[in-house]
Design a binder for this molecule. Structure first.
Ligand code: ZN
Length: 147
């Protein structure tokens, strides 16, 4: 089961405690939980709570200067994660492949970023949306494709 501190940074968690979960989109939480079931592997979103460095891979507060200003992370509609099998970090491309293969189990998945060394998923709709479609996109603006 995921904890609120996995989805927010330290200052936000210090302010809100477990209530910080309210900053996250319900559809995003459902999607993350289903991906966890599909992968059947531990997933790491933020790990600052355990003394490590990730803090900005879920919700990004207005004070955060990480990433794009209009990013789904700012709406609580995105997470970045890595998945581990027996302690070994899995290739993000392999994880994305599994996600796409199981897409019918992920009706709220709206965005999947490609070409990055972690997995970004989101539930933020964009113009051009069609039911059941996922927008795959690259960090470089304008390079995107509905699948
Ligand atoms: Zn991201």
């Amino acid at each position: 089961m995921f904890k609120a501190y996995e989805f927010v940074d330290k200052p936000t968690y210090e302010k809100l405690g477990d209530e910080a979960i309210k900053l996250m989109d319900t559809n995003l939480l459902l999607t993350v939980m289903e991906i966890r079931r599909i992968l059947d592997m531990p997933m790491i979103i933020n790990d600052w709570y355990f003394g490590k460095s990730f803090q900005q891979r879920g919700y990004r507060s207005p004070e955060s200067n990480i990433g794009a200003p209009k990013s789904a992370h700012r709406l609580g509609k995105a997470v970045d994660f890595d998945a581990y099998l027996k302690g070994v970090r899995q290739e993000p491309d392999k994880i994305r492949e599994k996600i796409i293969k199981n897409r019918t189990r992920l009706p709220y998945l709206a965005g999947l970023e490609l070409g990055i060394n972690w997995v970004h998923i989101d539930t933020m709709q964009r113009s051009g949306y069609e039911q059941g479609k996922i927008l795959t996109f690259y960090p470089e603006a304008g390079k995107a494709k509905w699948i």
